[in-house]
Design a protein around this ligand. Sequence first.
Ligand SMILES: NC(=O)c1ccc[n+]([C@@H]2O[C@H](COP(=O)([O-])OP(=O)(O)OC[C@H]3O[C@@H](n4cnc5c(N)ncnc54)[C@H](O)[C@@H]3O)[C@@H](O)[C@H]2O)c1
Length: 428
Amino acid sequence: MPFDLLPSTATQVVVAGLGYVGCVTAACLAHLGHRVTGVDRDPYKVRAVNAGESPFHEPELPELLRRVHEAGRLSATADMGEALAGARVVLLCVGTPSEPNGNLSVDQLRRVSLEVAPALQLRETPLVVAVRSTTFPGTCEDAVLESLGRHAMAAVVANPEFLREGAAVRDFLEPSLVVVGGSDQEAVHLVASLYAGLPVAPTLTTLRAAELIKYACNAFHAVKIGFANEMGTLARAMGIDAAEVMETLKKDTRLNASGAYLRPGFAFGGACLPKDLRALEFGAQRLGLQLPLLESVLPSNSAHLSRAIEQVLALPGAKLGIYGLAFKEDTDDLRESPAVAMLEQLAGNGRQFRVYDAHIRLESIFGANLRFLLGALPQIGAQMAGSLEELLDWADEVVLTQPPSPADAAMIEARGRPLCELYRMCAR
Ligand SMILES: NC(=O)c1ccc[n+]([C@@H]2O[C@H](COP(=O)([O-])OP(=O)(O)OC[C@H]3O[C@@H](n4cnc5c(N)ncnc54)[C@H](O)[C@@H]3O)[C@@H](O)[C@H]2O)c1
């Protein structure tokens, strides 16, 4: 663990809340060279930090606290006003626990913001209020900015924390992610500069995206754990070594332990994923197992397809040009294609459409593929466009179920038709 002090532009920082996140943040920022004052309403934590001691168990924190305390770069107080005098940034690290209904409690955040607010009256330069607590999108605006009276001397940014208890100091000093979101670019860059000594390029984004990124990360972690545990449960029930299954799964760093498939877009389909999920579910049920996460994947996919269909049904265009009929790009496989399911619904709702898919020629489709297509879309012969040009000449709105090839993308863009891009979910 590199405990030598790292070079950094020193900033005077207040850390409000000296719990797990705040205490580690305060000690690590002081370690990076900043002058830090911690504030907590709990006198035990204030006393501990002022004695250079950790108020709770966290590996590597006691030594770090002792060193930055001895170097005179970290102190603590219960008095927010006193702490804020001369500070450029205050990092809010108070708790945001669950309410009984699951909603996030923002009481501590509101209260600490109200305690920061009086200091704004005396300022000649803005105070940057960085929210390290985990907050649902909109909270920084609705709870923090609001409690600060939307004061001109306050610039609010979201700067979520990603550390794990038990490895918190290491996670802080060797972070995988530093995220700073806000509309005031000077404030965003100032907060990002606090981490300048760390080996990661900060991700700068909007306030609400920064808030949601934290939830996306935690939800992803939880889903991964749930998935591993359900696969492990199934393996054990069948007398198969669960660890070996998952270790082998992880060896594929191209499709499995990777960024593959993590692109929000259209529903999945095809000959394998739906069929294999059904077989897993059936096999688990025969063993008397409940695997709610795996059982929820096909319903989740259907719900996603339904939302896409609703979106397309709501399009104002009278003549819809559909780009992509196969279950994904670069194949002519139509089995369980979500695009086919969508067109069935469009036809059932009396919508006029034509379809173009570079890899599908009706005359070259046979067997199960052809039977499936004609069963779902009996009029497809008349609805297929022979070329993208023909589709674009006819349509007054284009729905893309697949990413277009670069040449197709250029042609679609040149025609300037309104687009509904189901393959990538852009902000509305
Ligand atoms: N614990 C983790 O591993 C972790 C990791 C990442 C993010 N987070 C998020 O960080 C936030 C803080 O989590 P935590 O585990 O450090 O919480 P915590 O409960 O350990 O610490 C919160 C601290 O804030 C203090 N506090 C509350 N109101 C105050 C006020 N008005 N003035 C001064 N001090 C005040 C409390 O006394 C307490 O010491 C939460 O939003 C949490 O979701 C936690």
